[in-house]
Design a protein around this ligand. Sequence first.
Ligand code: FNR
Length: 363
Amino acid sequence: GIPADIRCAQDYEIVAQRTMAEPSYAYVAGGSGRDLTVAANLAAFSQWSMYPRVLRDVKDGHTRVALGTQTFLHPILLAPVAFQKLAHPAGEIDTARAAQAMDSCMVCSTLASCRLEDVAHAAGAHKWFQLYFQTNRSDTLALLARAEAAGFSAIVVTLDASIQVASTRALQAGFRMPADCVAVNVQDASAGQPAQDIELSPGDSRIFQGVMRAAPTWPDLAWLMTQTSLPVWVKGVLHPDDARALQAAGVAGVVVSNHGGRSLDGAPASLTVLPAIRAAVGDDFPLLLDGGIRSGADVFKALALGADAVLVGRLQMYALSVAGALGVAHMIKLLREELEVCMAQAGCATLRDISSEALLRCS
Ligand code: FNR
């Protein structure tokens, strides 16, 4: 069941520290390098207060939102998070069940530890697939074909993780991926992680000619978009010029994200760059945000600063470890109610009513 000391969504972060093995918790909680961006993501939300408003009528209020051609009952999606068997033996299957029960959309990672067909089966109506470019185009196409056949309704291409540096925190805790946590859907299980087995010529850089040798570039994205009729979102964008170029390239939308601080350590907080990205792409282009969402108030602030919806990463793993599918479902329910409470108190009956005028910069 659900521990009695879980009273708000963020409590899952605290309680997970007793349900997860310490090295596993360190791996999930940590970022890359010195965790500068992990800290920035959280701090960015504290810099804003929300104005309460009086006498506004919210009795017809709701949290519905359209993203592309799909309509969702609320704006809280589950971010792609790899290797969910780290948190619970049922892994991604339980997360998918929770997403279905709570009308959320699960974004299944390329590096899932369960078969993507099984995840799709458990996920219900709303399910998207997160794609990492594979070293070979044929492997990328094979993944895409499986995702389409399994019924995923959008592709989220993550572009900020061609190279990742190990988390200092995870290394210090002695983390090693358990043997039952395997990226079962990919040929090369090291995809998305720095490859270990590269043959370099004398004078070559381990980074440029090594890890980055097969990293995607603009023509690869253009190619990918010709290979599927599904909407293609791009995740891992922080610069307004990149967002505008992706919009011009015809992507369905952009996920403003720094990979939860697990990619470039020292990148700005997602929330900090969101207003400039919204200004760059205009009012109607779909934008999602992730990084640092721990409460309904955080969701409210992200929407006020330009996001159409948010994705939740770590909270999902914490809730999964505490109570499996029930925990993830409960976490989504708590986040949604926390958002609705903020909306009611701030006098916002719909998500469209949440604007930057609802916020005050307090530090
Ligand atoms: C991630 N993230 C991620 N992103 C992605 O596109 N593919 C992936 O496989 C993973 N795997 C992954 C594993 C773990 C353990 C974490 C914590 C994160 C990033 C994720 O989708 C999201 O961007 C961040 O987690 C959002 O930040 P918060 O909500 O964790 O603060």
